[in-house]
Write a protein that binds this ligand. Sequence first.
Ligand SMILES: *[C@@H]1O[C@H](CO)[C@@H](O)[C@H](O)[C@H]1NC(C)=O
Ligand SMILES: *[C@@H]1O[C@H](CO)[C@@H](O)[C@H](O)[C@H]1NC(C)=O
Ligand SMILES: *[C@@H]1O[C@H](CO)[C@@H](O)[C@H](O)[C@H]1NC(C)=O
Ligand SMILES: *[C@@H]1O[C@H](CO)[C@@H](O)[C@H](O)[C@H]1NC(C)=O
Ligand SMILES: *[C@@H]1O[C@H](CO)[C@@H](O)[C@H](O)[C@H]1NC(C)=O
Ligand SMILES: *[C@@H]1O[C@H](CO)[C@@H](O)[C@H](O)[C@H]1NC(C)=O
Ligand SMILES: *[C@@H]1O[C@H](CO)[C@@H](O)[C@H](O)[C@H]1NC(C)=O
Ligand SMILES: *[C@@H]1O[C@H](CO)[C@@H](O)[C@H](O)[C@H]1NC(C)=O
Ligand SMILES: *[C@@H]1O[C@H](CO)[C@@H](O)[C@H](O)[C@H]1NC(C)=O
Ligand SMILES: *[C@@H]1O[C@H](CO)[C@@H](O)[C@H](O)[C@H]1NC(C)=O
Length: 564
Amino acid sequence: MVKDLGMMLEIILLLTESVLVSSYALNSTVQCERLNEKKLKVRAGESLYLPCPNRYCFIQTENSSYFWFRNLSRTKQMEQIGTEESERVHFHQSVLYILWLNLNDTGRYITHRYEGDFCGEYETVVVVYEEFSMDLVYKTPSEQVVSGIYCPVCDEEEQQGSFVWYKNFSLIPNQESAPVLRIRNSSKQSEGIYTCVCTWEHHGIKHNSSGSRRIVIKEQTINVSPKFSLPINNSVVFTDVGSEVILNCSVYFGQSVCSRCSIHWEKNRSRLHGEDGYEQKYRYSVLFFSRTIDGTLQLLLNINKVSESDLRSEFRCKAQDSYEVIFVSVTLKSRASVLSVIVACICTSLVLLLLAGGLKWFALDLVLFSRQIFVKLYRKEDGKLYDAYVIYQRNNLDEATSKTVCDFINGSLLTVLESYYGFKLFIHGRDDLPGEDCMSLIETEIQLSRRLIIVLTPGARTDKSSDSPEAYDLQVGLHQALVQGETGVILIQLGQMQDYTHLPLGLQHLLCKNSPLLWRDGESSPNSRFWKRVRYQMPVVSSFQRSSRRGSLKASLQCQGLLV
Ligand SMILES: *[C@@H]1O[C@H](CO)[C@@H](O)[C@H](O)[C@H]1NC(C)=O
Ligand SMILES: *[C@@H]1O[C@H](CO)[C@@H](O)[C@H](O)[C@H]1NC(C)=O
Ligand SMILES: *[C@@H]1O[C@H](CO)[C@@H](O)[C@H](O)[C@H]1NC(C)=O
Ligand SMILES: *[C@@H]1O[C@H](CO)[C@@H](O)[C@H](O)[C@H]1NC(C)=O
Ligand SMILES: *[C@@H]1O[C@H](CO)[C@@H](O)[C@H](O)[C@H]1NC(C)=O
Ligand SMILES: *[C@@H]1O[C@H](CO)[C@@H](O)[C@H](O)[C@H]1NC(C)=O
Ligand SMILES: *[C@@H]1O[C@H](CO)[C@@H](O)[C@H](O)[C@H]1NC(C)=O
Ligand SMILES: *[C@@H]1O[C@H](CO)[C@@H](O)[C@H](O)[C@H]1NC(C)=O
Ligand SMILES: *[C@@H]1O[C@H](CO)[C@@H](O)[C@H](O)[C@H]1NC(C)=O
Ligand SMILES: *[C@@H]1O[C@H](CO)[C@@H](O)[C@H](O)[C@H]1NC(C)=O
């Protein structure tokens, strides 16, 4: 029963509605055709001059009849509007007047225009705002240069009026009353909300209508090339087949508004879309059509599984702005191949190291061997008599050192160098003739020698009396070696030494440049390393000297005699 009642009510409601519609659809049998719709936002307190929202409907008044209706938001009832001048809301043909607007005027305003058998229906939705609101501001596209602003109300062709312009709600000085506000040399300072108040007359009464526009000055675009911060041009990314790689492309486009800025990834010159295991992820840090603090655009290329073909391809990130397209390229390399290259490098350097080590070890032998073969053939006569002049301390030595020195000079030095290898040595006390002028002899003999062999002994004290022959030959020899630089010096050290401070300065200087060859007891074999190093520093043995060997017996006897 309740259900039936509900249905009944519904039917009654439907009936009343149809009654209303029919009265609103007028006495005519003609069905009106819906043509135009428009929305208008106005301010309470002002007046509205509302022409039919269609130009033809507005102009073509001859042979046409107009009817205006309203369906106010408050009542939701369709009412017919009259033409009485005394009414606050009335119409004259194609123009509706709503004077002194109030919030209750918000609603839908409908125009019916009959022309013969045709009826057109036009609707204007009017919203009244109590106070100024940004909703009331007409949208204006931002421009780089603004030369003038049109008043959004009081269309010149429809309505006469006088205009007053405001910027940011304060009167603009020195303005002329015009529906267009001229702006000279627009700049960022020109931005703001411009309001025009149009004052018009209706039956001797002045009414106001206002409209506002917001002006935004577009930044002058300066042609700055996009800058890649990532990836590095022609860089290589190491990876493995089957693994995931993320390539990060990051481009700085500058601070200005950039509507055509974009970036994308390419593989071998063909553009990649989110397909075939390539996924491109945009990370905008710039909003298109708007200025940002950052100005950078990022695009990540995500390769889920690196394939062989990826390793053979070139990946490019292309950046595009209004002027140009630039790119950077990246290639992928397999980590395995890099590893093998590294291993090969290590192996090669190891082999080289071994070779170098071997060479160093056998260098002496090689030099000595090749000398034997080659240098001998090209040897020039230099007018020298001896291969080496041996300088050693003969006096002021303790007994043990004396014995060591004597053993070395007679035993090893003479045996190996003279007897075995055939060098010709000058040994003081053996080779000088008795009665000769000792000093001049020493000088001559040193000049006639190709090398100086200086034997350093551990216990040696500096001889204070420089008159002694051995001090003198050392002096002359050092002078020859250091000042004239003619004679090579071979330093042989017998046994360990703490330091060389007790030695003459010239000798210390030589020791700084060349470390001495250390002789240890027992290195008497002619093929020992010590003798090889001595021979390396010695000049080449001439063949004729080899044949003229001398016995060392006499010298050794003399030496013994001298020391005992
Ligand atoms: C419609 O008819 C009513 C009475 O039935 C009349 O008062 C009204 O003027 C008519 N309207 C038009 C537009 O003819
Ligand atoms: C209005 O109607 C008259 C007579 O029917 C006709 O002469 C005239 O051209 C029409 N005007 C317009 C604008 O259609
Ligand atoms: C009046 O307009 C409201 C919506 O604004 C609508 O729901 C209602 O049906 C309209 N009334 C008539 C009689 O057309
Ligand atoms: C608007 O309508 C309400 C009733 O709904 C009324 O009280 C108020 O006075 C009206 N406002 C104006 C300005 O007419
Ligand atoms: C506008 O700029 C021009 C030069 O570009 C200058 O001559 C003129 O004085 C400027 N006018 C104003 C109002 O600033
Ligand atoms: C006007 O207001 C806008 C914000 O709406 C502001 O950016 C602009 O600087 C103001 N202009 C003046 C001249 O005050
Ligand atoms: C119309 O606006 C002007 C300012 O532009 C103001 O002085 C005047 O009082 C306003 N008139 C009405 C009727 O609101
Ligand atoms: C991509 O590079 C930019 C700039 O170097 C950096 O800020 C960002 O964090 C990077 N993104 C990823 C996912 O690595
Ligand atoms: C990409 O181009 C290179 C030569 O530019 C070519 O060797 C390679 O095979 C190409 N890769 C693919 C997947 O076509
Ligand atoms: C990257 O290098 C290529 C040449 O290898 C060059 O053509 C290209 O202009 C370079 N891109 C940038 C942004 O410098």
